[in-house]
Structures are given as C-alpha cells and as structure tokens.
Ligand binder design. Structure first.
Ligand SMILES: [Zn+2]
Length: 220
C-alpha cells in the first residue's frame, strides 16, 4: 500500500534532527516497526488522503548520551499543547493534546512497551492538522541532566533476518538459554528467525521475528 508520513511529523523530525544532529535513530519508527506492526496504532496508515495512507504516529529514540532526552522532550510537547498533537507517550506516561482527555496532563500508560527507549508522538487525524508543516516550538527542551546520561543504558542493536556478526551470536546464545537449540554461527537466517518467533509468542510479545529493544529486554 502507498503510504507517507504526515507532514507535521516530517517537519518535527527534521527539526529534531537539525537540533540534535548526533542523536541515535536506533529506536525511531514510523510505519510497521517491531512494537507496532501487529496491532492497530497510528503507525498503521489508517488515515487516508485519497488512495494514500497517512502514518500519523512516529517514535523518536531516547538518546540522552547523544543529547536528545525524549523524556524532557515529551514534557515540553505536552506543555506546549500544539493543536496538531493528539497524544504523546513517554516513559510509562501518556498525555493528550488540546482535543484529548485530560489535555496537557500525564496519565499512567499501561501498554506493554513502557516507551523508555523512545517517545511516541501521534498527530490529529484531520488533514488541516496532520499536514500542517509549520515549525513546532521545540525551543524549550532542556539538555539532559548528567545523572540521566550516566544512568542510561543503550539498548542493543535491532536484529532481523540477514543480520550478521557477534551481536547475532549473542542473540543465538540468549535464545538457547530460553529453550532454542541454535548453532551459534552469527548468521540470522530462517532458523534463527523461527526461534525468535517462538520466543516472542511464548513471551506474549508482538510476534514479528525482529529483535528490537522490547524483545532484547525480555531476552536479557
Ligand atoms: Zn510508537
């Protein structure tokens, strides 16, 4: 299916990239990433512009080491209450934009993915909002406090079919600890993928055969 990212989110991502050019994009996502592929969310292009599906949700990687503190960023986004914001999820909390419930206030987020390795931003489904590409006000984001930086553990690289190397050996070793019997060859092929799927299914994770931050966490 033909899809594109909402212009409002493309603008926001470009602003973030230019303000924090060294930030990691490891846990960034728009369409069909690990934690969202198997359920309905704004990452699925359910909003339509004619025949084109619009992705109205986006994830930005929490990377305090690279200068981008997604927790502080989410606080600022919630406070600003830009009309385009539908909701934002960060570090176990969800908050809505002006049109949502309890606008501007954090509520507890109870989804399986706490969103501590990225924040999720959804924009409103009306085109006047999601394609409004004027600049967002992101001036007020504070730089990460040194304690946050020191305490932060970088999530392991996302692995999928075709991945190779030592990190795949580590993955195969962890899968074997959890009941698989893989040859440790550092090559993520069909057999490794099948073992990942079994593990995800047994662990009640989204089943997609891709090893992202959430699957790594449960494996480790
Ligand atoms: Zn997301």
């Amino acid at each position: 299916m033909t899809w594109r990212l909402a212009n409002a989110l493309a603008t926001l991502r470009a602003q973030v990239n230019s303000k924090w050019p060294n930030r990691s994009e490891q846990s960034d996502g728009t369409i069909g990433d690990e934690a969202h592929a198997s359920r309905s969310s704004d990452h699925n292009p359910w909003v339509k512009d004619g025949a084109i599906g619009i992705v109205t949700g986006m994830d930005l990687t929490h990377d305090p080491i690279g200068g981008f503190d997604s927790y502080a960023f989410a606080d600022m986004m919630l406070k600003n209450q830009d009309k385009r914001l539908k909701y934002i999820i960060s570090n176990g909390r969800i908050g809505s934009g002006p049109a949502g419930p309890s606008a501007g206030k954090w509520r507890k987020y109870t989804g399986i993915n706490k969103h501590d390795h990225h924040c999720h931003i959804s924009v409103m489904p009306e085109q006047a909002q999601y394609d409004n590409s004027s600049s967002w006000d992101i001036a007020a984001v504070t730089s990460p406090n040194p304690e946050v930086v020191v305490a932060y553990v970088v999530p392991l690289e996302t692995l999928r079919k075709g991945s190779k190397g030592e990190i795949v050996e580590k993955l195969q070793g962890r899968l074997n600890v959890h009941g698989a019997s893989l040859r440790i060859d550092g090559d993520f092929g069909d057999i490794t993928r099948a073992a990942v799927i079994v593990f995800q299914s047994d662990s009640k994770l989204p089943v997609d055969g891709v090893v992202g931050p959430l699957t790594w966490r449960v494996l480790s």
